[in-house]
Design a binder for this molecule. Structure first.
Ligand code: NAD
Length: 366
């Protein structure tokens, strides 16, 4: 028991959940534990004013449970603003499963996780995130209807990653237009960090546009394969952030813009798929603004995936998915211009629009 480990005074100060730095008025947090399958998961519902909280499930080997909780709190909050700014009638939620997706994921564990999702009766709808495949969502679908990102053969919209990549590409082009005066990426150097599901698809768009693509990943086999397929050069240095590139595209995990990296970054534009790229929004967002580095807010430009998931709920097809995703270009440009006009960080400019939409709906509902 925690009370056996901590003194009453320490316990009072600990506030392990509601007192967390990343706790931001989340509505509900569900801790899921199943001895038989070894499932340990946390589902976070940040806000459901605009609709059911939709967000993917991440399976990751967290250093500890604290890190997992922190991640689900940050990710679910990001989903709220992502759906709000994209104009979707969805709230923000996310789930994390603690464990190694390569060795600990199996159908029984995924089914048990699905049962926990089902228990929330539609308040939370899941999908894939890091460590998950469309086939995992198909298994979850066996026990709950509250899942998206399922196979097209089962009536779903399929893997959202290519759509996410297309949205990131649109957002990147808008940021290039704003910074360089042209959205043509031909001969622009772009460093893509993380060439997984989204990163590889982004590399394809960039290559087709004539960009000079540099790739980085911790997975050597993927580096070789993606480099061979698209002719991208592999980053072999040990100080990626100091690389003098036009555009840095974080497509691995979050918080890569942090105290250690912020003053090294040489890129003129940051536009990528990873969620929660900025470790400390108020501090690091401001520094980027001061340095004149254009930051395309992650939750805005990586919304293609959620648009794809939303299509399964609202039953619209590929053409509408692409139209909505392409619109990320216009929204990004509008937000970058707004930020400039109002001397705000681009993150604050995007958050203001998203929060206003939620507030308006709340007032209408009350
Ligand atoms: P993925 O697991 O398929 O790919 C992640 C890649 O990053 C892997 O190749 C991995 O080896 C690499 N990686 C991990 N740590 C790294 C490090 N320190 N340095 C370099 N590479 C590293 O995941 P994904 O689905 O491509 O998602 C990528 C990011 O985009 C995640 O942050 C995810 O939350 C976000 N995102 C994904 C979607 C989607 O549709 N898949 C939608 C929105 C946001």
């Amino acid at each position: 028991m925690v009370s056996d480990i901590l003194t009453p005074e320490q316990l009072k100060k600990a506030n392990p959940v509601f007192g967390q730095l990343s706790f931001d008025d989340h509505e509900q947090i569900l801790f899921c534990n199943d001895k038989d399958t070894g499932l340990k998961a946390i589902i976070g519902i940040h806000n459901s004013v605009l609709g059911p909280a939709l967000g993917g499930t991440r399976m990751w080997q967290y250093a500890n449970e604290w890190e997992a909780l922190n991640d689900v709190l940050r990710l679910s909050r990001g989903m709220t603003y992502k759906s709000a700014i994209t104009g979707l009638n969805l709230g923000g939620g996310k789930a994390v499963i603690i464990g190694d997706a390569k060795t600990q994921k199996n159908p029984a564990l995924m089914r048990r996780f699905g049962e926990f999702v089902n228990g929330l009766s539609g308040k939370y709808i899941t999908a894939e995130d890091v460590g998950m495949e469309t086939s995992d969502m198909d298994i979850v679908r066996e026990v709950t209807p509250y899942v998206t990102g399922i196979s097209e053969s089962l009536g779903g919209a399929g893997n959202p990653s290519p759509i996410t990549a297309y949205g990131v590409f649109m957002g990147m082009k808008a940021a290039a237009k704003y910074k360089f005066g042209s959205d043509d990426l031909e001969n622009r150097s772009v460093l893509v960090q993380g060439i997984g599901h989204v990163g590889e698809s982004l590399v394809e768009h960039l290559t087709n546009d004539g960009a000079k693509v540099i790739i980085a990943d911790i997975n050597e086999a993927r580096l070789e394969a993606v480099s061979a397929k698209y002719g991208a050069s592999i980053y072999r240095g040990n100080d990626l952030y100091s690389e003098a590139v036009d555009i840095y595209a974080p497509c691995a995990l979050g918080a890569t813009i942090n105290d250690d990296t912020i003053n090294k970054i040489q890129a003129k534009v940051i536009a990528g798929a990873a969620n929660n790229q900025i470790a400390n929004e108020s501090v690091h967002g401001k520094i980027l603004q001061q340095k004149g580095i254009v930051y395309a807010p992650d939750f805005l430009i990586n919304a293609g995936g959620i648009i794809n998931c939303y299509a399964e709920i609202e039953k619209f097809g590929k053409a509408e998915i692409m139209r909505k995703t392409e619109n990320i270009y216009n929204t990004t440009l509008e937000i970058l211009n707004n930020a400039d006009k109002n001397s705000m960080t681009t993150l604050d400019a995007a958050l203001t629009i998203a929060k206003n939409r939620i507030e308006e709906r709340k007032n209408k509902n009350s």
